[in-house]
Design a protein around this ligand. Structure first.
Ligand code: AMP
Length: 556
């Protein structure tokens, strides 16, 4: 400022340095400019003896004039230009910029001297003025910081984007912000915006989301986005208890062209459930989570009574994961006349009585019945199920195919703790020691998998191996350890193709299940005819008995 003013013909004394005696600084001066940090203005002003003839002015955008007490003549003069160095600053100050001015009119002489333009700010609106100034300078710079990072992640320099930014500002100057707007946000092109969000990653998303939202509002005058909603922000959650309303709301959304995602749960939502909801929210336009502790699938009343119920937290998890609707029906809403027996049940013959079905009679019929009802209420949709309950997933797929239900079933990978324990709502009932014991389930599955990958094709051998791992762990009461065909859940005579290893065991008060996939490549078989017929060789060098079984199963 001192440089600019003296270049403009002003007699400038100073600047005074930090630590100098300031008491007489105002004496004999027409204007005393306090070019110090906002936080220091008050202390510096107080250190100067007031003088009738001198206007004491600060350069702050945010401070009013009270801070200049006790000086009788006060003013503020805030230049609307960044001043990164003495020379550049001096040049800019004299280049016709705006100065926000308040207080003693004598200060206007300074602005005139610098060929500046006066911006009169009402003291009552000072904060608003300063907010706008910060956005136009500091935030714009921060935004370019994001441009630099994102460009760099794509192997590009800042320079080309700087030019783009210059031209954009030029357009804002001539056309106004709304007129200058271009790009996907201005067109409401949410697909492109989503692809950007996915590419730039979570740390860059908040700034991107805020400005994409702003761009959409600017382009549409608010029409493209309903009030209170924005890019990347979870919409308001609609909690529905009545089956009819649930059905109607989804029907209406579908008639508007929205793709519906359904995530059936029993609540006590954890990361596993969250992964399902997030996947649905990414793949569908509207995600509905159902929370219903279905009494039909609990054969043990105490298990039903102990099942964790955490509705408030669940609603928060669902909302944050991107759900728009949560359906929480009371039991009478799902089973009219409850506790009268439910007359009509769904039974998937080939799948409901094995594995879980044989250990928990009626359980899978209860699941099939409630899922059919939920599908019936939801209508055409994609439904997300976890592989954690693999038999349930396979059964639902079969049921959908057999009953021609208008549902696309999507299986999602099991979410585990770092140590491998599959997340389950029931895990909260395990003691720390039981949580460690529960890891035997995972170990058993991995041992079975390793055996199959190592060439074992005898299901009994794989079963026995997994059972041995479970039985070796104290406090783990094995229910079953099985290896089955992944689609049909039947046990093949010789293991081949896509298989599923499944285990169930009681650990303390809780019955746990887990499973793992494994692919058993078909054995390469060469049979030599003629002399020496019967000599068989296999790629994995297993016994001829096994090969013979393979040939028999292939009808050879
Ligand atoms: P539940 O509330 O236990 O009935 O589970 C609801 C849905 O979440 C089912 O499709 C489960 O398979 C799925 N789920 C439960 N635990 C997990 C997990 N650890 N990882 C992935 N999905 C899970």
């Amino acid at each position: 400022m001192a440089l600019a003013l003296s270049a403009a013909g002003c007699k400038v004394s100073g600047p005074l340095a930090r630590g100098e005696d300031l008491s007489k600084a105002a004496e004999g001066a027409d204007v005393l400019v306090l070019a110090v940090r906002d936080s220091e203005v008050g202390a510096v002003a107080a250190a100067i003896e007031p003088s009738e003839g001198c206007v004491v002015a600060h350069l702050s955008g945010s401070l009013g004039l009270d801070v200049l007490h006790p000086h009788p003549r006060r003013a503020s003069i805030h230049p609307l230009a960044p001043l990164p160095s003495r020379e550049v600053g001096a040049r800019r100050l004299a280049s016709g910029i705006y100065f926000a001015v308040e207080g003693d009119p004598a200060i206007l002489a300074l602005v005139e001297l610098l060929h500046g333009r006066v911006l009169e700010v009402d003291p009552a609106d000072r904060v608003g003025y300063h907010a706008a100034a910060c956005i136009a300078s500091n935030h714009l710079v921060a935004l370019m910081g994001q441009v630099e990072r994102v460009a760099k992640s794509a192997g590009l320099e800042l320079e080309p984007f700087l030019r783009l930014a210059f031209y954009s500002l030029e357009d804002v100057a001539s056309l106004g912000p709304a007129g200058a707007l271009t790009g996907p946000a201005s067109r409401g092109d949410l697909t492109t915006i989503e692809s950007h969000r996915a590419r730039i990653g979570k740390t860059e998303q908040p700034a991107y989301d805020a400005l994409a939202t702003e761009a959409m509002r600017l382009a549409s005058g608010g029409d493209l986005l309903p009030a209170g909603e924005g890019i990347g922000q979870p919409a308001e959650l609609q909690v529905i208890q009545e089956a009819r309303t649930f059905s109607d709301v989804l029907e209406k959304a579908r008639s508007q062209g929205l793709a519906i995602g359904l995530v059936p749960t029993m609540g006590a939502l954890h990361e596993g459930h969250r992964s399902l909801i997030e996947r649905s929210a990414t793949e569908c336009d509207l995600t509905a989570v159902t929370i219903f502790v279905n009494p039909l699938q609990f054969e043990d009343p105490s298990d039903l009574a102990c099942y964790p119920r955490t509705l408030d937290e669940d609603l928060e998890v669902a909302r944050k994961a991107g759900a728009e609707i949560v359906f929480v029906p009371p039991v009478e809403e799902m089973y009219p006349g409850w506790p009268a027996p439910v007359d009509t049940r769904v039974h998937v013959s080939s799948m409901s009585d094995v594995l879980e079905g044989s250990s928990r009679p009626g359980h899978l019929d209860g699941v099939a019945t409630v899922v059919t009802k939920l599908f019936s209420l939801a209508g055409r949709c994609r439904a997300y199920f976890g592989e954690k309950d693999y038999q349930q997933l396979a059964m639902v797929r079969r049921m959908v195919a057999d009953l021609s239900l208008p549902v696309e079933v999507v299986g999602c990978p099991t979410v585990r703790e770092e140590n491998g324990l599959a997340l389950s709502s029931r895990n909260v009932r395990l003691s720390p020691q039981e949580r460690v014991r529960a890891l035997a389930l995972r170990r058993a599955l991995l041992a079975g998998r390793a055996a199959v990958l190592g060439g074992e094709r005898n299901p009994a051998a794989v079963r026995a191996l997994m059972a041995a791992v479970l039985d070796a762990e104290e406090g783990v009461e094995r229910d079953y350890a099985e290896v089955v065909d992944a689609a049909s859940l039947t046990t093949p005579e010789v293991l081949a193709g896509e298989l599923r290893l499944l285990v169930a065991a009681r650990v303390g008060p809780v019955r746990l299940i887990d499973n793992e996939s494994v692919h058993a490549p078909a054995l390469a078989v060469t049979a030599f005819a003629g002399q020496g017929a019967g000599r068989l060789s296999t790629a994995s060098d297993e016994g001829t008995g096994q090969v013979a079984r393979l040939l028999a199963s292939a009808g050879l």
